[in-house]
Design a protein around this ligand. Sequence first.
Ligand code: ADP
Ligand code: MG
Length: 149
Amino acid sequence: MITRNTEETIALGEKLGKLLSRGDVIALKGDLAGGKTTFTKGIGQALNIREVINSPTFTILKIYKGKQTLYHIDAYRLENNEYDLGIGEYEDEGIMVIEWPEYYKSYLPEEYLEIRFTYLDDDKRQIDFIAHGPKYEKIAEVMNVDTMY
Ligand code: ADP
Ligand code: MG
């Protein structure tokens, strides 16, 4: 669907956050400034995370405590170095959100939810949900419906 401003992308992230459960893996792909980190803020709201979620580019991994633990990864700086963050160990403990998963190919499990962000103009972003594996089919279907709630 298309969001028309930052707040709508946060609301969409919040909608997804309410559908997630422990062990879920979400891969955020797409343009720089596409809204990946903004969307993650919405997931954080749904998980009652009080800390401000911002771009983890310089730390690669940030861990936030909420109703579920959120593991927020930005793999951009890994550049496919195949550096092992040991993330797999945490998978069952919370929710994984990975920006730039294409730079961390060694990690992605067989099943995950992909979200594609496309920069349309200053304020508009197209956001599409693609299920990889049956586990995420229902969620992708619900999220691709053209309504925020
Ligand atoms: P990414 O993590 O994909 O690089 P960010 O979420 O960090 O992107 O940045 C998106 C930027 O675009 C923010 O400055 C945000 O305020 C702005 N923006 C404008 N319109 C939107 C929108 N519809 N959805 C998300 N962000 C938007
Ligand atoms: Mg980002």
